[in-house]
Design a protein. Structure first.
Length: 279
């Protein structure tokens, strides 16, 4: 872990990948003016600014517009790496999917065990039963929410991801069980303690960032990634400069090259850029 008084003179950053929730965004889901100014300064240096989130395009694009990323033709990593999106158009350059057969089988298991689960189709959240976590997700994402009315029809389609929600202790137990049982075939992460996500193999932020860096002919040593949660682990580990805000999970802080003394509420992104990019 890099300490505050170590110089960053060896950093030659060409791409900055940013998690949204609890990293760039404050609790009220806004981007501070200080963070905006820092990112604009980085962009003026010719650095690519890439939002990398568990959110999909419909829940991310207004942040890209707020930061003017869409005007520069840069990219968004959506759905925890299942989607690579051209910010200027919303076009999907990569779109990994879970097979319909898998989705039907695993959701039947969740139904038997009494889990709440949901799917994301276009700009909508479809949940198996209305519940407090789905309503929370609706508030966080800004997407519309409805209960699945025709289960067979919905589960006849391939899906980007399945989210299971519930009490953190139960979600953590399910995370460990699924990692052991099917973790070789799909990606399993928690984006918040009460949200577990099942994604196609290869759909993680680190792998998506590697593919994007290759597309842009940028070495991973020139990538700065900032995140706070378990679903950020791979990109923090793979980036040359994997960094974290002070509020990040312990396992993220443990692998970060630099941990800001500031939280997402205190402009951690600007602080990290000051010490790694502008130092």
């Amino acid at each position: 872990m890099r300490t505050m008084n170590q110089p960053a003179s060896d950093a030659h950053i060409k791409l900055i990948a940013l998690d949204l929730d609890d990293t760039l965004l404050r609790a009220d889901l806004s981007i501070s003016e200080e963070n905006k100014r820092a990112l604009q300064r980085a962009e003026n240096m010719g650095i690519h600014i890439v939002l990398a989130s568990g959110r999909n395009y419909f829940s991310m694009h207004h942040y890209a517009e707020e930061l003017f990323i869409h005007r520069r033709g840069d990219y968004l990593v959506g759905s925890n790496g299942a989607q690579l999106i051209q910010a200027s158009t919303g076009n999907l350059l990569e779109d990994l999917k879970l097979s319909a057969d898998f989705c039907k089988s695993i959701t039947q298991e969740f139904e038997r065990e009494g889990y709440f689960w949901q799917l994301y189709i276009d700009g909508n959240i479809y949940c198996n039963h209305m519940n407090e976590w789905a309503i929370m997700d609706q508030r966080l994402s800004g997407l519309s929410l409805e209960v699945i009315s025709d289960m067979d029809a919905v589960l006849s389609q391939d899906q980007t991801k399945i989210l299971v929600c519930g009490e953190p202790a139960r979600i953590e137990a399910l995370y460990k069980e699924l990692k052991n049982r099917i973790g070789n075939n799909v990606e399993i992460v928690t984006s918040k303690p009460y949200f577990l996500e099942i994604l196609p193999k290869g759909a993680n932020k680190g792998a998506a960032l590697e593919r994007l860096a290759k597309r842009l002919r940028i070495g991973m040593e020139s990538v700065l990634a900032i995140g706070d949660a378990r679903n950020d682990f791979d990109m923090i580990q793979k980036a040359g400069w994997g960094c974290a805000p002070a509020n990040a999970a312990e396992e993220i802080r443990a692998i970060a090259r630099f941990v800001s003394p500031k939280t997402n509420e205190e402009d951690a992104v600007a602080n990290i850029l000051e010490h790694v990019v502008f130092d």
